[in-house]
Structure formats: C-alpha cells, structure tokens
Design a protein around this ligand. Structure first.
Ligand code: FE2
Ligand code: FE2
Length: 269
C-alpha cells in the first residue's frame, strides 16, 4: 500500500500563513509515502518565494517530487525569463525538470510542461519528454502503479471549458496508455476533481485516472476552497480523498474509490 499527497498551486508569495501551517499539520497526520507537487510553487518566481516553498516542503519530512508551473518562470523579468527561466527553480526545488521516483510498489514521473515562450502560461509536452515517459515506465515490472505528474491538465474540469489544457496532451496520453500509466496528477486550474482521461480523449481506450488538485494554500481561489488530494494505492483498489479547507482545518470529503480489473479502472459505489 502506498499513499501520495498531491498538492498543487502553492503560489508562495500569495500564500495564507494559517493555511500553510494547517496543511503542514494535516500532512504530518496523514503521513504520505510521497508528496507530489504539480507546479506553481511560487507566485512570481522570486528568490524569497522559492525559499519559502523549499522550507515548507522540507518541513514535511516526507519524500517529495515536484514539477514547475508557469508561475515558476519569471514573467516580467524578460532577460531571466528567456535566458535562465528555471534557474531559481533548479537551485531551490529540483535540479531535474523531469524527476522520477520509484519504490517496490509505485513509480512516479514528473514532466515539466511549462515553457518560457508561452506568455499566457499555457503548457506543452515535447517529443523528448514522451520518450522519457516511454523509457521510464517501460523499464519497470508490470505490477507497479504508474503515476504521471504535470502542471498543465489533460482534461477540463467537469463543468469547465476545454481550455488551459496541455498541448500535445493526446500524444502524451497515447504513450501513457501503452506504458501502463494508471493515474495522472495535474494542477493549474485551481479546482479539485477526479475523473478519467477518456471523458475528453475518446480515442484513448484504456482507462487512465486523472486527479486534479485545487490550490493548496494560496489566496488565488477560483470558486472553491483550498484543497489537496490524498491518494491511496492498495491494489487492486485506489481511493482519492480531497482534503478541503473549511476555515480552521483541512477536512476530508467522501473518497472517490476505484477498482482495477483487467487493466480497467472502475468507479466503486
Ligand atoms: Fe496556479
Ligand atoms: Fe499555473
């Protein structure tokens, strides 16, 4: 059994200190095996924002894996944006843009979808990254749960427009389908939900679950409270619980449960 805390869109620089402290406490209680951060750790990629994000992640006492979001590339400092877009991210958070975690039950690959040339903050997957996905997951034994982490989403929110989606996402998902990816974890929308990529990408035939995380601790809310996802892998079962801020603490909502039979994830009642 493995547990991933999926947190996203921390936006240090626009964080609420009370919610930061409460999230730290909640994560100490839930004690995940891995904290996966799906981007936007900072608001404007400033040094002090990255330092706060790093200090927060280090204080959790759990292994971490992060990918950068569009906010982790400087926006107004154009020289830095184009010449050293991820220099501070590399120094404070991760040296690797496409980090990989693997243990006896779980493999997690992060892919950086943020690009300095996308001034509106959109994202994309590159051909070399699709090759990384193939190689990383393709070399693993069959029984491991496979998880992909990106900042930009592959599917829209259930009630939202199909915008802000990662470019070349379908090509990424086609490779993920062949490589046996079970779950995709994404951020950027500041909304939390659970679904299946096939609701939007009808040519994908094998179920790949998608868990979208809300903004964990920032004041940049989009119609729902701060939240994060706690995902429990207990083969052949999987459960995703959204922990939502209710004014004093993070409160678990009713979990969404899935059962895997014949390579197919089915939602349980
Ligand atoms: Fe964000
Ligand atoms: Fe974003």
């Amino acid at each position: 059994m493995r547990t991933i805390a999926h947190i996203s869109d921390l936006h240090f620089g626009r964080e609420d200190p009370e919610i930061v402290a409460a999230l730290r406490e909640d994560l100490k209680e839930t004690a995940p095996d891995l904290v996966a951060v799906s981007g936007d750790l900072t608001q404007r990629a400033r040094r002090r924002e990255f330092a706060s994000a790093r200090d927060f992640l280090q204080s959790l006492g759990a292994p971490g894996l992060a990918v950068p979001g569009n906010h982790d590339i400087p926006l107004y400092d154009l020289a830095r944006r184009f010449l050293q877009p991820l220099d501070r991210y590399h120094r404070y958070i991760h040296a690797d843009d496409n980090p990989f975690y693997v243990d006896a039950e779980l493999a997690v690959l992060g892919l950086n979808t943020s690009r300095r040339t996308e001034l509106r903050g959109d994202g994309r997957i590159s051909t070399p990254q699709i090759e990384v996905l193939r190689q990383r997951f393709g070399a693993l034994p069959a029984g491991l749960a496979r998880v992909l982490v990106t900042h930009h989403p592959f599917v829209p929110a259930p009630s939202g427009p199909a915008q802000n989606l990662v470019r070349r996402g379908l090509e990424g998902l086609q490779a993920a389908e062949i490589a046996g990816v079970d779950v995709v974890l994404t951020g950027h929308l500041h909304r939390g939900f659970a679904g299946d990529v096939r609701t939007h990408h009808v040519t994908i035939k094998r179920s790949i679950l998608v868990f979208q995380a809300g903004t964990a601790v920032s004041t940049r809310l989009r119609g729902e409270p701060n939240s994060y996802n706690l995902i429990v892998f207990d083969p052949p079962h999987l459960a995703c619980t959204i922990h939502a801020w209710e004014g004093q603490r993070f409160q678990p909502l009713p979990p969404t449960r899935f059962l895997k039979t014949d390579h197919e994830w089915r939602r349980e009642a």
